[in-house]
Ligand binder design. Sequence first.
Ligand code: UFG
Length: 345
Amino acid sequence: MSQKILLTGGAGYIGSHTYLALVSAGFTPVILDDFSNCSPAVLDRLQRLTGHPALCERGSVTDSGLVQRLLEQHRIGAVIHFAGFKAVGESVAQPLKYYANNIGGMVGLLQAMEASACRTLVFSSSATVYGDPASVPITEKFPVSHTNPYGHTKLVCEDMLAALRVAGPLWRMGVLRYFNPVGAHPSGLIGEDPAGLPNNLMPYVTQVAVGKRPYLNVYGRDYNTPDGTGVRDYIHVQDLAQGHVAAVQALLGKGESFTVNLGTGRGHSVLELVSAFERASGKTVPYQFAPRRAGDVAQCYADPSLAEDLLGWRATHSLADMCTDAWRWQQGNPEGYGQALAGDR
Ligand code: UFG
């Protein structure tokens, strides 16, 4: 029988892409989501793409009793914990919201897992744990730090997992430090659907291209980078989803815990991304330079070789693929999931 994997936050951007990758790999994902930052319409899209209704429970990961019931009822083999708030600026304005959900949610989840003896976990961490890196590319051995409550919650969660591994050798944990996930499923049916003004570069670019916003602000032109704009490691969400499958397979197989970067190992500047997007979409993306954004670093890209050594995983999609797929999703869904395509319920 196919192994069941619980995806907390499984209806979100990365969770929904991982759902499809897990189905393709022969797993049965079960979604737990409170839909606080995503739309239930994604479930219809997942059904269209897989041919089966998604197993999904509406609820919060902070509800430990609910999580335990799901773990036991479905005999879950492993959990992938995506559920968490992720907006840096909001975390500065409302830190308690972040500590309660991201750290409280992790505590509740781990208690439920302990109680039901399901001790295999993949955790969504972030390159934010590297703070302002002294050099690039960044390996997992780099020192960690935080500059905002969001980043602090990721570090606390990583520390919590490390403490549990010391306390109990039965735990198997994969910590995945994401770099900059962008792009969408090649079907154009699922993608990133930020509420309100996008914080991140790619959704802002696609919204400018589709005519929802007049121009892009490029934050900073005087960084110590080849063209003066910030450099990041953009990774196709399909590659990232595949990284989760590899992580689950490794934990259920060999069973050794790990912490790995998921990035491509290549840095691209803001202006490079804009040019690549213009080529992929045939659209012009007007932009203007604006002051640096508080908290931004000049360069951040991964050394992803540990993930290849331990998991046999590496990113295969190019920046052009990321732009093509992000544009297909934006064009087909100008209002995100808010505007259902023909054929949706
Ligand atoms: N940028 C712009 N204009 C915009 C948005 C972004 O010029 O409208 C620039 C930023 O200044 C930066 C680059 O585009 O140079 C990427 O910015 P993003 O907001 O897309 O991504 P970040 O690298 O700032 O943030 C991401 C995640 C965070 C995480 C961080 C570090 O969104 O959750 O990586 O891991 F904390």
